[in-house]
Design a protein. Structure first.
Length: 367
């Protein structure tokens, strides 16, 4: 089996409700659909979400790097030779979501070729994940209304609250309002996307103690090296590295340097191959992991769920899988469903991604 063609198709689907957070905001899912074709007629599919505020990629840069650099390096290779694929892709620095979409599309082909779901090939631990919903910036009352709606409609009882605004006390109050409205049994954690200084973060963490949060994520920049270590050393909850630890080496550096005590794994930036390395590295280091959300559409969410469910460590906690609910539409022929707070992975061979051709024609942007 050989790779014969690689497609990078830009598409745009508006959000019903934009997501706002300290490092940026997303109004439209301007993603790139990646499809890898083989000589025996299989097609692997994944999506790359450009996040310029996190990785520097744009929709145009993803299409360009796939078309100009990556596709020519993959043509003629067998999809099973993932180490060779990554050795070639890694000659180009950066571009994590472009590389990851290619990686996941190759796993999709491998699963289809052997007639097994990708999750089974990766580890097959479980077939479902508890879902955590990310609540973006809004006035506190609106954040509460959104969390209540998501809880009542989908049975979700874990919420990641975006913080990092100034004054920090407003975010603390929003968290307090959420706790008061949702009660003691709901799990809350916070993500600052580097919006605060280390000292603001320390004060916020102290004031959040009676709110009862489970984790704190990227409250201040990892580049404020000593400030961040000082903050993490005094945090009474695990401190998650997300955008500061996107590759195995960064995970090692952040954890051993005392700048984080837990890791967010996002298949959008580490695909399945590197997500597995990160998960196993974290197991070896003895730190907890959370499956994060790169503001994924349904294709990306399905990929996150497939990986998260496949490993014991990544399925232990609720995974961030619900932000696609805020999109006005999607490309998947059979939409994902969240019921009783759980999302199940599909039983079909590969990833089980079937693209609706009418929707693709409507939303693609390459004419
Ligand atoms: C998150 O967990 O931070 C927002 C920025 C980003 O890189 O991902 C999202 C969610
Ligand atoms: Mg984050």
């Amino acid at each position: 089996m050989k790779i014969t063609r690689v497609e990078a198709i830009p598409f745009a689907i508006p959000y019903k409700k934009p997501l706002r957070f300290a490092s940026g905001e997303v109004h439209t899912a301007e993603h790139v659909l990646v499809r890898v074709h083989t000589d025996d007629g299989l097609v692997g599919t994944a999506e790359a979400p450009p996040r310029p505020f996190t990785y520097g990629e744009t929709q145009e840069s993803i299409v360009a790097v796939v078309d100009k650099l990556f596709a020519p390096q993959l043509l003629g290779l067998s999809p099973t030779r993932r180490e060779t694929v990554h050795a070639r892709l890694d000659r180009t620095v950066g571009n994590p979501t472009a590389k990851s979409a290619l990686d996941m599309a190759l796993w999709d082909i491998i699963g289809q070729s052997v007639g097994l779901p990708v999750g089974e090939l990766l580890g097959g631990f479980t077939d479902r994940l508890r879902v955590s919903h990310m609540v973006g910036f809004a006035p506190a009352a609106e954040m509460v209304t959104e969390a209540e709606r998501v809880r009542d409609t989908y049975g979700i009882t874990t919420f990641k609250v975006k913080v990092g605004r100034r004054p920090y006390g407003d975010d603390v109050e929003a968290c307090r309002s959420l706790r008061q409205a949702l009660g003691p049994d709901v799990e809350l954690y916070v993500d600052g996307n580097r919006g605060w200084t280390a000292s603001e973060s320390a004060r916020a963490l102290r004031e959040l103690e009676d709110v009862g949060i489970t984790f704190a994520e990227e409250l201040c920049p990892a580049d404020d090296v000593l400030g961040r270590r000082w903050l993490v050393a005094q945090s009474r909850v695990p401190f998650i590295a997300d955008e500061s630890a996107t590759r195995p080496a960064e995970v090692t550096r952040e954890i051993l340097g005392g700048s984080a005590t837990a890791i967010s794994i996002k298949t959008a930036r580490t695909g399945f191959s590197y997500s597995q390395r990160v998960a196993h590295l974290c197991e070896g280091l003895g730190v907890e992991v959370v499956m994060g959300n790169q503001i994924d559409g349904q294709i990306g969410t399905l990929c996150t769920a497939v990986f998260g469910a496949s490993q014991r460590s990544t399925s232990a906690r609720a995974a961030e899988l619900s932000n696609y609910l805020d999109m006005s539409d999607d490309l998947l022929a059979e939409p994902l469903t969240i019921q009783q707070g759980m999302l199940r992975v599909r039983e079909s061979a590969g990833l089980g991604i079937e693209i609706d051709p009418v929707k693709l024609a409507r939303y693609r942007q390459d004419g």
